[in-house]
Design a protein around this ligand. Structure first.
Ligand code: SAM
Length: 283
């Protein structure tokens, strides 16, 4: 195991901020190498002590924005910027901010992050659906269970996987990362995924439909979507026309089927649910 100099935690990690610092050099290299970084504008979420930051800098980004919530770590990052990263100092901006309230750049940019796990879905949701300027690509180290859900490894769809598939032209597993690669070790295994974000505008009505369709995953989809008996019959007829059983459950339908249902339903996005990451916590 590689412990980056000046990147390892000098004092106790804060559990409440999801602080599990990555100390495995190969994993750090694989995250930084998952997409081209050279000459790109990169936003790193939760740089911590700067272990991933240091590797990212070795790939020569055009600009690197670091967004960190922990004030103690900000001081450490500022020190490293001044003392160790002097050659790249002009490219680095350190933001002491909550990523869920950070306004991303208006220029094209990518996100690379070892995500604080307690806000995995809110972060994904915010940058894919809420911000005015979404990233072009996102590389994220997240819980393996969530990664496998997003990538539909078991062949089942979920509101999260469909919401991400609807916004990303490409979803890729980069690698799995063992809990031993972190200090302190998290209780779960992890995975690195890469997402290529679609240039189309986000479809908030589809999101609303997914939310309704998955509101009671064990119930029939027609019961979740219909507001009256006639509506239920209409949805069941539509499902049969699309080749699904009338009693289909939400998890059996792929994105095309959801888009087809949306064309037949009067769904308006509830935009006030989309403010401040509140909607994100519902995934
Ligand atoms: N990038 C470092 C690494 O790979 O070792 C640290 C990753 S650690 C899993 C998550 C980091 O996110 C911590 O540094 C933590 O303080 C920071 N963090 C937690 N909540 C945050 C938030 N809401 N906004 C920005 N940073 C946050």
């Amino acid at each position: 195991m590689y412990v980056p100099e000046n990147s390892s935690p000098p004092h106790r990690a804060k559990k409440s901020l999801g602080q599990n610092f990555l100390t495995d050099r190969r994993a750090l290299d694989d995250i930084a190498g998952a997409i081209p970084v050279s000459d790109r504008y990169i936003v790193e979420i939760g740089p911590g002590y700067g272990a991933l930051t240091e590797v990212l800098l070795s790939h020569h980004p055009a600009r690197l924005d670091l967004v960190e919530l922990d004030r103690d770590l900000i001081a450490h990052l500022e020190k490293r910027k001044q003392e160790e990263w002097t050659a790249s100092a002009e490219k680095i901006r350190i933001h002491h901010a909550d990523i869920l309230h950070y306004d991303p750049p208006s220029e094209p940019y990518d996100i690379i992050a070892n995500i604080p796990y307690y806000i995995t879905s809110p972060i994904l949701f915010r940058f894919l659906y809420e911000v005015k300027h979404p990233p072009e690509r996102m590389v994220a180290l997240i819980q393996r269970e969530v990664a496998e859900k997003i990538l539909e490894v078991d062949g089942r769809h979920s509101s999260l996987s469909l919401a991400i598939a609807a916004r990303c032209s490409h979803r890729q597993l980069i690698r799995h990362v063992s809990a031993r690669a972190f200090s302190p070790a998290p209780k779960v295994e992890s995975s690195v995924i890469a997402l290529t974000v679609s240039t189309d505008a986000p479809d908030h009505a589809l999101l609303q439909l997914l939310r309704r369709g998955f509101s009671h995953p064990r119930k029939k989809l027609s019961s979740n979507l219909a507001t009256d008996p006639d509506g239920k019959i209409r949805i069941e007829t539509l499902l049969c026309d699309m080749g699904f059983p009338a009693d289909a459950r939400a998890e059996t339908l792929g994105l095309d089927a959801w888009r087809e249902i949306l064309r037949h339903m009067d769904i308006r996005p509830i935009t006030d649910l989309l403010i401040g990451g509140q909607a994100a916590s519902r995934w």
